[in-house]
Ligand binder design. Structure first.
Ligand code: TXA
Ligand code: MG
Length: 355
């Protein structure tokens, strides 16, 4: 099966195609679609067979639950047992938008969709194409990121086609997504809300609205025995085919260290890629240098991260060195993804230069 690809923009929605896509979902098929974060692989969330198909298409372990996407607040009561007051506050503040909430599930949601858990992840995306598709599909669309399990999430329809073009019914190409990293996940099953996955909505933004909010301990201590609470966060993920190392430290030190490491790797026959920024790109002397964005505009870094990782795969690069991006607002989310892509391989620039 080859997926049918339809093109549209948020400003110029092709209603007829979306109606057809909605019908495909209602009949148990799979449709990939744009959201403001990354492309999603949609199936009817209330149909356990559709959820099984999603796992099969992605090659995803079946204990890793899916997010249920809705397109209005009125749809929420059917799929959750209750909406805790703090979750209601967040919904009012950040929905529609890049926020996913973990809530107690109702019987309407099959265990296949939630990976066997009695909670359900819910998100109300702001992307108009996504909203319209969800409505035509009957209101409840389960959608993980539309990549093969383990690969970087798709920020362009071409990425979806690369990974899933032969495994699904339709791809809605709405152009490049806005944010480029997956939604922030907040768990409401304990007294204090816990961030299970950092995203565009930062811990500080959540604390401003709710007061106390914790970061999942499993995300902070990467080398300990504490596992992240979101099943998906424990897998190696977002990984390019090449060996990726993050080099951190003061900017001049980082450039010097990467230049040396790149030269050494090249001498050993490696094809080297370097993830730089507009501020530093010209200072690198070896390898294929790609600027990911501007440090001064951290959104640009988040926006291009997955795209750059995929581009290096195309060039068959075998070793990638990346600068670290501990930027003020989105740094937590960017570094969470980059560290996972690198299997937590960090090189301290200063130590490297003293060798
Ligand atoms: O931005 C996004 O959230 C994108 C777009 C398509 O909406 N979706 C997305 O889905 O990133 P996915 O499946 O790639 O990631 C979902 C994450 C996984 O880490 C999963 O383990 C976690 O959410 N999750 C889902 N349901 C959960 C639950 N009931 N309890 C804990 N974690 C859950
Ligand atoms: Mg994913």
């Amino acid at each position: 099966m080859k997926a049918e690809i339809v093109h549209m923009t948020a400003e110029n929605i092709d209603k007829e195609s979306l109606k057809r896509a909605g019908r495909i979902l209602q009949e148990g098929g799979l449709v990939a679609f744009p959201t403001e974060t990354v492309y999603g692989l949609g199936g009817n969330a209330l149909d356990f067979k559709a959820s099984k198909k999603i796992y099969a298409a992605k090659g995803r372990p079946s204990d890793n639950p899916l997010i249920v996407h809705i397109a209005d607040m009125e749809s929420l009561p059917k799929i959750v047992k209750e909406l805790p007051p703090k979750a209601k506050i967040l919904a009012e503040k950040f929905w529609p938008g890049p926020l996913t909430m973990i809530l107690p599930k109702s019987d309407a949601v099959p265990l296949e969709t939630t990976g066997g858990l009695n909670t359900v992840a819910v998100r109300f995306p702001s992307d108009p194409i996504a909203q319209s598709l969800i409505r035509y599909a009957g209101g409840y669309v389960a959608a993980p990121s539309a990549n093969t399990s383990g690969r970087p999430s798709p920020t362009l329809a071409e990425h979806v086609e690369e990974d899933l073009g032969d495994a699904i019914d339709m791809i809605i190409d709405g152009g490049q997504v806005g944010i480029g990293l997956e939604s922030t996940i907040v768990d409401f099953t304990e007294d204090v809300p816990v961030v299970l996955r950092p995203g565009y909505i930062s811990l500080e933004m959540l604390r401003e609205v709710l007061g106390e909010v914790r970061m999942d301990k499993g995300l902070l201590k990467t080398d300990s025995k504490i596992h992240p609470k979101a099943p998906g966060m424990k897998y190696r993920h977002y990984a390019p085919k090449a060996e990726l190392s993050i080099v951190e430290g003061e900017s001049g030190e980082v450039v010097a260290a990467i230049n040396r490491l790149a030269k050494e790797a090249k001498a050993k026959g490696e094809t080297v890629g370097i993830i730089a920024t507009d501020e530093t790109a010209e200072q690198y002397t070896a390898g294929l240098v790609k600027s990911i964005g501007k440090r001064e505009e951290e959104e640009t870094i988040a926006h291009h991260l997955y795209e750059v990782l995929r581009e290096f795969d195309k060039y068959q690069v075998s070793a990638i060195y990346s600068e670290a991006f501990y930027t003020p607002r989105m740094g937590q989310a960017i570094m969470n993804r980059l560290l996972k892509a690198a299997g937590h391989k960090i090189i301290k620039a200063q130590e490297e230069n003293e060798k």
